[in-house]
Design a protein around this ligand. Structure first.
Ligand SMILES: [Zn+2]
Length: 111
């Protein structure tokens, strides 16, 4: 399957996911607001935003493209449909976040 078809598959998944999330959110907002529901609503809202922005990027045609210009691997997008960085940039971010680690001591590139 080509990259375009793979992204189309992810798009179909995201459209369904977004629909399910919106329904779940409506139900949760209508139910008693205990601590667990409030937390759930926050999670649902956050995922809706991420799904919407992924679909927007698909419309614009820049979905699956990292800020560095590299294509994000389809396997990565399938596992993380909201990923906006390629694995290399993600790792660099992680390394930069870990102030005590020099890049050479960072996570190994096993996968
Ligand atoms: Zn990148």
């Amino acid at each position: 399957m080509g990259r375009k078809d793979e992204i189309l598959n992810i798009k179909q998944f995201l459209v369904k996911r977004l629909d399910a999330l919106r329904k779940a959110l409506a139900v949760d907002l209508g139910s008693a607001q205990d601590e667990i529901t409030t937390e759930l609503v926050e999670l649902e809202k956050r995922e809706i935003v991420r799904a919407e922005s992924a679909l927007e990027r698909m419309e614009k045609g820049d979905y699956g493209v990292c800020a560095c210009g590299a294509d994000i691997q389809i396997a990565r997008l399938r596992a993380l449909p909201y990923a906006t960085h390629c694995i290399r940039c993600r790792r660099e971010e992680e390394v930069q976040g870990a102030v005590d680690l020099s890049p050479s001591l960072g996570p190994s590139n096993k996968d």
